[in-house]
Design a protein. Structure first.
Lengths: 652, 158
C-alpha cells in the first residue's frame, strides 16, 4: 500500500504550536508511507488539488490528512480523495488542531503528539478497504415539532415545497409565544395581525396535518424512515364536531381556571378556547378545574353545546406517523423570576413578568388592552422595567444573554406611553444590546421620543410602600443610589430552554447543552442541522432568538428538508457491521442487542446465521462487541484496526 | 514513537464520535488547555468499546485508559452507552483482580457541548495517572522486548 500524509499548517492555527514539517518528516518513516508533506491550508482549493495531484503522480492508494477534527472536514477530504480517483473511504484524518495545537503551547510535546496521531491514522488506514454505499427508499413526509412561529414557517415552507407535513403542537393552539405578544419590535406591528394569517394558512393547507394538544411520545428509525408515536391528549371535546362557537365558555360555571394563554393574569373558564384567533379554534376542558371532573356533576357544557361535541369519557390516543425527516421547533420558556427574593419572589401582585405585561397591553388580553394593576385595577402612572432578570447572571446559573429583552423592554416602554400618555417609565439595564436592523434606532426612540428614563444599574430591592412599590437600585453612571416609587414593576425575564427539552433531545438522539438548548451541528456553518441525520432545528430551541431569526431558521430547516428529499433515494453510510458467516454460530445475541433491528437471523443450509440489513444498520458497533465469536466486525472500526491503533501507541 | 520521557505518561482515550469526541473538539475550539499525555482513539459509540481493548491497552503498557461516551439516555444510537456502562463497570471491578491499580482506568460521560468539562476530565485523569506513576506492566513488557529470540535478534513484543 502507498500512503500519502498531508500535514496541514491551518495558517498558524496548527503551525504556531506544532512543527508540521517535522511531523511530515517523522511520518515518512511510518510503514507504507510513500509520501509526506506539510501544506499551508489543506482544505483550500490549492490544498485539495495538491492532494489530488500527489495521489495521481505518486500512485497513492490511501491518504492521511493531519489537520482539524474529522467532524469538521472528513466529508471535504473524502470528496477530494474521490476526485483523485480513489475510493472515498481510503482516507483517514489525524486531529492535530482541536486535540493538539489548540489545547497546549508546548511545541515539543505537541509535535510529538501530532506525529503519534498521524501514526494512528496510518495504522488504521493500512487496514481500510474500499466501501460502497447502498441506496434505500425514503418516506417523503416531514414531522415538525412545535407550532410557534419557527415551526409554522418550517411547516408552511415544506408544504409549499410539495411535502406532506405532520405538525405537532403541545398546547391546544398553534402560535406559540408570538401569539401572546401585543406588538413586535422594531416596527411596532401588531403581532397577531402578522402571525394570524400564517396560522390560518397552516389550518387550510391541504398538505399539513395538524395535531394540536399532542406530544411526541417515542421516535424510532433513522433518516428517511422515522416512526413517530404521537400522544393526542384528551381534550374531552370531539374536535370533529366542535365549531368554536364559544357558547360553552359563556355558560361554564367554573370561572376560576388558570389562564395559561394569558400567563395567569386573569382567569378563564374550565372549558375554553385560549384566544380568539386560535388555530384550531376548538374548545378544550381543563380537567383540573372542571366541576364535572372534580365533583362528578355539572354537565352544563354538554347541555349547551349546539353540536353535541362534549365527551367527558375521552381518553388519550396514541397514533403512529411515518416520516423521513424531523424539524424540532419547540421554542423556549421564561425564566422563573420567583428565584429572585429581592424582587419579591412572586409575592407582590404588581411585580409582573414582561409577558404578563404583554397580555395587559393586548386588546385580546384579560383587561381588553387597558393597562391596569393586577392588585387594584388602577392605571399605573410610574412603571419600572428591570432588565436581565434571569439573563447574564451566574448566581442563578443563567450566564447567557437572552438577546431580545432589551428590545421588547424598549417596545413596552413605548407602548406604555401610548396607552397612558401621562405615565413615566424607568428602565434599569446593564447594557443595551440592540444589534439588528433598526434596533438601536428603536431603543433611542424609546428614550428620546417617548421619554423613558434609562438607569444603568441593577435593582437591589423591591418592597411595598403603601399601595405602591419602592424600587431601590444603583445608577452606576452617576455613582449614586436611586429610589423610585412605582405603581407597577415589569421584570424582563430571560429565555430558558423549554421544559422537557432534554427528554425530547433524548428521544431524538440529539445533543443538548447544560441549559437544555439543542446543539446544532456546527455553530456557524450548519446552524439548523444536528449531528443526527434527518433531524433539524428551528428557532429558540437551539438558543434564545427573536422573531426574525426564528422565522429565518424555520425557512432554513425547511430548505434542508427539501434538499434531503430532492433525491428519490438516500445513500446509506457503508461503515456498518458485517457478519463473517463462517464464524457465526447463530446465537442471535447481535440481533437482540441491535437498537435498530438491523440484524436478522437467516437460515443457511439448515444453520441459523446472522445477517446485517445494510441500509438499516447505523454503524454503532454494539453487535461487534456482543458477538462471542468475533464474527461481527464493524467496517473501518474492526477489532484489528482499533488494536492496531493501540499497538502503535503502546508497542513502538 | 516514545512519549516524552519524564514529562508524559502513556494515556489512551477511547471516545465516542458523537458526544465525547465532539466535546474534546469543543474544548479545543474554546482553547481549554490540557496536558499533552492523552492520545484519543475515535470509535462510533462507547458501545463499540470491547473491554478487551482496554485490558490489552493496559497490558501493552499504557499507564492509563480513559473512556468517554454520551451521557446515559443521550446516546446517538439510543442504547449504546447503556451497554458500555455495564461492560465498563464490570471491567472496572475486574481490573484490580488482575493486578491493575484501580486509578488507571476511568470511564465518564461528556457531551459535545461540554468543552470545559472535558478539560476538567482530562486534567483530573492525567493527574491521577501521574500520581500512580508509570505502569509496572510497561516495565514487564519493556523487559520482554530486551530478551533476544533464539536467533539472537531483538525479540518483538506480542
Amino acid at each position: 500500500m502507498k500512503i500519502g500524509v498531508f500535514v496541514c499548517h491551518c495558517g498558524s492555527n496548527i503551525e504556531a504550536t506544532v512543527d508540521t514539517a517535522s511531523v511530515a518528516g517523522t511520518a515518512r518513516a511510518f510503514p507504507d508511507v510513500a509520501y509526506a508533506t506539510d501544506v499551508m491550508y489543506s482544505c483550500s482549493e490549492p490544498g485539495q488539488d495538491g492532494i489530488i495531484q500527489a495521489v495521481r503522480e505518486k500512485g497513492l492508494d490511501g491518504v492521511v490528512v493531519a489537520s482539524c477534527s474529522p467532524r469538521m472536514h472528513e466529508t471535504t477530504f473524502r470528496r477530494a480523495v474521490e476526485r483523485a480517483g480513489l475510493n472515498r473511504y481510503m482516507l483517514e484524518m489525524a486531529n492535530i488542531r482541536e486535540h493538539v495545537s489548540w489545547i497546549g503551547k508546548d511545541r515539543e510535546a505537541n509535535t510529538n503528539k501530532a506525529a503519534e496521531l498521524v501514526r494512528l491514522a496510518v495504522e488504521k488506514l493500512r487496514r481500510n478497504r474500499a466501501l460502497f454505499p447502498k441506496s434505500f427508499d425514503i418516506t417523503r413526509r416531514v414531522l415538525v415539532i412545535g407550532g410557534g412561529v419557527a415551526g409554522i414557517q418550517a411547516a408552511l415552507d415544506c408544504a409549499d415545497g410539495g411535502l406532506d407535513v405532520v405538525l405537532v403542537e403541545k398546547t391546544s393552539s398553534i402560535g406559540g409565544k408570538m401569539a401572546k405578544l401585543d406588538k413586535t419590535f422594531p416596527t411596532v406591528d401588531c403581532s397577531s395581525c402578522i402571525l394570524g394569517p400564517k396560522m390560518v394558512d397552516v389550518a387550510q393547507h391541504e398538505r399539513i396535518a395538524l395535531h394540536a394538544y399532542a406530544e411526541v411520545e417515542e421516535i424510532g428509525g433513522y433518516v428517511g424512515n422515522f416512526e413517530v408515536k404521537i400522544r393526542k391528549k384528551a381534550t374531552f371535546v370531539d374536535w370533529s364536531l366542535c365549531t368554536g362557537c364559544g357558547l360553552c365558555m359563556e355558560k361554564c360555571p367554573s370561572r376560576k381556571s388558570h389562564d395559561a394563554f394569558n400567563e395567569g393574569v386573569g382567569l378563564t373558564t374550565a372549558i375554553n378556547i385560549p384566544f380568539p384567533q386560535a388555530i384550531p379554534k376548538k374548545a378544550l376542558i381543563d380537567a383540573r378545574f372542571c366541576r364535572q371532573f372534580l365533583k362528578g356533576k355539572c354537565g352544563v357544557c354538554a347541555k349547551v353545546c349546539p353540536s353535541g361535541a362534549i365527551r367527558y369519557e375521552m381518553e388519550d390516543e396514541v397514533i403512529t406517523e411515518k416520516v423521513g425527516a424531523i424539524v424540532t421547533a419547540t421554542g423556549f420558556d421564561l425564566f422563573d423570576h420567583t428565584k429572585y427574593g429581592e424582587y419579591g419572589g412572586g409575592r407582590y401582585p404588581d411585580v409582573i413578568t414582561s409577558l404578563q405585561y404583554e397580555r395587559l397591553l393586548s386588546a385580546s388580553g384579560p383587561t381588553g388592552g387597558h393597562v391596569k394593576r393586577p392588585s387594584d385595577g388602577r392605571e399605573p402612572r410610574t412603571v419600572v422595567f428591570v432588565q436581565c432578570v434571569g439573563s447574564r447572571d451566574t448566581s442563578v446559573d443563567r450566564p447567557y444573554c437572552s438577546g431580545f429583552c432589551c428590545m421588547y423592554t424598549a417596545k413596552q416602554a413605548i407602548l406604555t406611553k401610548d396607552h397612558i400618555p401621562e405615565s413615566q417609565s424607568y428602565v434599569f439595564y446593564m447594557d443595551i444590546r440592540a444589534p439588528g436592523k433598526l434596533y438601536d434606532e428603536f431603543t433611542r426612540r424609546a428614550m428620546e421620543e417617548y421619554g423613558a428614563r434609562y438607569v444603568r444599574g441593577r435593582v437591589a430591592m423591591i418592597y411595598p410602600k403603601g399601595d405602591r412599590l419602592l424600587v431601590r437600585g444603583a445608577d452606576t453612571l452617576m455613582g449614586e443610589q436611586v429610589e423610585i416609587e412605582a405603581d407597577l414593576v415589569v421584570l424582563a425575564v430571560g429565555a430558558e430552554a423549554a421544559a422537557g427539552s432534554p427528554a425530547l433531545a433524548e428521544k431524538l438522539r440529539i445533543s443538548y447543552d447544560k441549559y437544555g438548548f439543542f446543539m446544532e451541528s456546527h455553530p456557524k456553518l450548519r446552524p439548523v442541522e444536528t449531528n443526527t441525520a434527518g433531524v433539524y432545528l428551528a428557532g429558540a430551541c437551539q438558543g434564545p432568538k427573536d422573531i426574525p431569526s426564528s422565522v429565518g431558521q424555520g425557512s432554513a430547516a425547511a430548505s434542508k428538508v427539501l434538499g434531503l428529499f430532492s433525491r428519490q433515494k438516500l445513500e446509506s453510510d457503508p461503515q456498518i457491521s458485517q457478519v463473517n458467516q463462517r464464524r457465526c454460530v447463530g446465537c442471535g445475541k447481535c440481533a437482540l442487542t441491535c437498537p435498530f433491528g438491523a440484524v436478522k437471523m437467516i437460515d443457511v443450509r439448515g444453520e441459523p446465521k446472522a445477517e446485517v440489513i445494510e441500509t438499516v444498520c447505523q454503524g454503532c458497533g454494539i453487535c461487534a462487541v456482543t458477538c462471542p465469536q468475533g464474527a461481527v466486525q464493524l467496517e473501518h472500526f474492526t477489532d484489528n484496526q482499533i488494536l492496531a491503533e493501540v499497538n502503535a501507541l503502546c508497542q513502538s | 514513537m516514545p512519549i516524552l520521557a519524564g514529562k508524559e505518561l502513556r494515556i489512551v482515550g477511547f471516545l465516542c464520535n458523537w458526544c465525547s469526541y465532539g466535546g474534546a473538539d469543543t474544548a479545543g475550539v474554546g482553547r481549554f488547555s490540557q496536558p499533552t499525555d492523552l492520545r484519543i482513539i475515535r470509535v462510533p459509540c462507547s458501545g463499540r468499546i470491547d473491554p478487551l481493548f482496554i485490558v490489552k491497552t493496559l497490558l501493552y503498557g499504557a499507564d492509563g485508559v480513559l473512556v468517554s461516551g454520551c451521557h446515559p439516555r443521550d446516546c446517538h444510537y439510543g442504547q449504546g452507552n447503556f451497554y458500555a456502562r455495564r461492560r465498563l463497570e464490570a471491567l472496572k471491578r475486574f481490573l484490580p483482580i488482575i493486578g491493575v491499580e484501580p486509578g488507571r482506568f476511568e470511564y465518564t460521560w461528556v457531551s459535545a457541548s461540554e468543552g470545559q468539562r472535558w478539560q476538567q476530565v482530562v486534567q483530573g485523569f492525567t493527574e491521577q495517572v501521574h500520581a500512580l506513576g508509570p505502569s509496572p506492566a510497561s516495565a514487564v513488557f519493556g523487559a520482554c522486548r530486551e530478551i533476544p529470540d533464539e536467533k539472537g535478534g531483538p525479540r518483538v513484543a506480542v
